[in-house]
Design a protein around this ligand. Sequence first.
Ligand code: NAD
Length: 337
Amino acid sequence: MRVLASASRLRALLLPLQRRSFASTASRLESYGFIGLGQMGYQMARNLQSKLTPNDTVSIFDVNPQAMSGLETEMKSQSSGARVELAASVFDASKDADVVFTVLPEPQHVQDVFKSILTDSLPKKNRVFIDCSTIDPSTSRKVAKSVSDAGQGTFIDAPMSGGVVGATAGTLTFMVGATEDVAARIEPTLLLMGRKALHCGDQGAGLSAKLANNYLLAVNNIATAEAMNLGMKWGLDPQKLAGVLNVSTGKCWPSEVNNPVKGVVETAPAGRDYRGGFGIGLMKKDLRLAILAAKEAGARMELADKAWEVYEETEKLENCKGRDFSVVYRYLGGKET
Ligand code: NAD
């Protein structure tokens, strides 16, 4: 895996190159479609539009009309940025676009959206479709094939990490599955919404990397909650225990940044009744997709089913439901002061 480069340097270096590669004439600038304006997509589209030029166009679409009109108002209130169009459908958002982003919840949504886009009336164009949804690699590969079979350009996967905070601040990390040349072409565009674009390999590889990471996170999160609870039952002070873990071999993101015990990390969701953060529902979704993809690849996963059961049981509790996934500490009966 290769970090392609820092945002500002590459933007300056590659933007003219990118424009040349998409534009059919020197004067014509780019047209973007953006489909899926939920928690992530709304903020990403806002950042994208604000950093483009008034000669560019962003055509936005979501099945939720409120998301569209709210974003339109926000985009139009800016003094600069690309022109904004409200599309009437996913097809409408794509028909003139050179680059189409999709940020959708589940594999089925991505499949349905591409069925609606890839109709016979879609003008033939060498588009780049960038799917930032977290879905399974095999569905992603099927959709990529349908795009190339239809002669409509290239479909790549670019799932992201950084959450809503990163989407809002424009600091996301994208994990890119594409050929080298396509990855280099789309990188400056991704860096309008994020800080890093990691090229993981051919199409589907971005999703494989994302799901492997989130599987590890799912397990680390439970193990951290168990270790903190265990140490505290033995009489250890949680601050001191976390201090030891975070300079020792047990150190991980849940122990260091998202510690499940209130007061250990000031900014962690544990300090606000586990509200905000990475919802337990999203963790379950990513774990489900990782288990599915592992089965397809014949990879043995000893902890996956147990981790799934822990999140499933946690979510059944009224005081855990809808909270940040570190709430498993509460499910374990951890002490809260
Ligand atoms: P979300 O549910 O908030 O947003 C999804 C949006 O897609 C909604 O606005 C919905 O109306 C829209 N949509 C659904 N079907 C559609 C269709 N047919 N046409 C047009 N729009 C449609 O989800 P989110 O939190 O923005 O996440 C999007 C993706 O990013 C998911 O795959 C998620 O796993 C992934 N992700 C989320 C986070 C996070 O912290 N929220 C972090 C990393 C990755």
